[in-house]
Design a protein around this ligand. Structure first.
Ligand SMILES: [Zn+2]
Length: 308
């Protein structure tokens, strides 16, 4: 039997935001790793994901071809199934498409995305059986409510935007946004603040985005990750025990570092640095609930003490 595979992308979630967040549900899946995205923006980053390449580990001394070979071979573990199936780049040819590759193995492939640059008419939607742009950009629980599982192995790819600017949870309005000194905590005021920093810079100058001033936005992203962790806990219960989970981000976000805000046409380490977690369902029969609970406790404490 092949595993179901559920890959969830928290759009724009920074590595250090994830590390600061309390994430007991995700910790049950596995330990978080510091990885690097192939791109600083949603569309190209997701293109790499859907070639089968999660964020990379940026190891010195390793040829890029070897890193790609190793990363693609890990789909053997995610899929489960016969151990003599040694995967190579050739298995992904000629489409170099993860959903196409999985369909050949018998998977039903479904994508539920929240960012409009990934809509069903874009190249990224090719090769999926189902590809839907959700009605709102920030409601992972609504996506979970749409999922169903049966005897056919599922590849479910999810992009959710609670962690994307303006870091709003479902149903939040302007009054819930962070208070930034000098800004009335409303959507319009926040936009004006950010545009104002740009405009005040003048021609050819650098905008004065300031880390301390933007810190409430980073803190709000941390709270959004904690909210998403609760939804992932529900997802773990909805998905069958023979499910492999992957949780990551497509790129980071700049909150004033280097004079930048946001992500996109920017070269800065914090916009490439992302978290990556993967592993079998904590409900998998391979471990007892007692072992899962102990592991979650140990991982949580190691993380809080700064070891992870
Ligand atoms: Zn993105």
């Amino acid at each position: 039997m092949l595993n179901h595979i559920v890959w969830v992308v928290f759009d724009s979630a920074r590595y250090d935001s994830f590390e600061a967040a309390r994430t007991p549900a995700i910790d049950r899946i596995g330990a978080s790793q510091r990885r690097y995205s192939y791109a600083s923006w949603t569309a190209p980053s997701h293109h790499a994901f859907l070639m089968g390449l999660p964020p990379h580990s940026n190891e010195p001394g390793v040829l890029s071809s070897e890193a790609h070979r190793r990363d693609l071979s890990l789909w053997q573990t995610r899929i489960g199934g016969p151990r003599d199936m040694a995967l190579t780049f050739a298995d992904f040819a000629p489409t170099l498409s993860l959903p196409s590759f999985l369909k050949k193995l018998g998977y039903r492939t479904e994508a539920y995305v929240s960012m409009p640059v990934l809509n069903p008419r874009t190249l990224i939607a090719h090769h999926f059986d189902v590809f839907e742009l959700m009605p709102v950009h920030n409601d992972l629980r609504a996506i979970i409510g749409r999922l169903s599982f049966d005897g056919t192995p599922r590849f479910i790819f999810i992009n959710t935007g609670e962690t994307h600017y303006p870091y709003a949870l479902p149903g939040e309005d302007g009054g819930d946004l962070p208070h930034i000194p000098g800004v009335h905590g409303v959507w319009r005021g926040l936009d004006d603040f950010l545009k104002g920093a740009q405009a005040s810079a003048g021609d050819g100058a650098t905008a004065s985005f300031d880390v301390e001033r933007l810190r409430p936005l980073w803190q709000k992203q941390v709270r959004c990750i904690e909210h998403l962790d609760g939804a992932i806990g529900e997802l773990i219960n909805v998905a069958p025990p023979d499910t492999w989970f992957m949780v990551t981000s497509d790129h980071g976000e700049l909150f004033g570092e280097g004079g930048y805000f946001g992500h996109g046409p920017v070269i800065h380490e914090k916009v490439f640095e992302v978290f990556f977690v993967e592993g079998p369902s904590p409900r998998s029969g391979s471990r007892t609930s007692c072992e899962n609970e102990l592991e979650a406790t140990v991982l949580g404490r190691l993380k809080r003490l700064g070891y992870l």
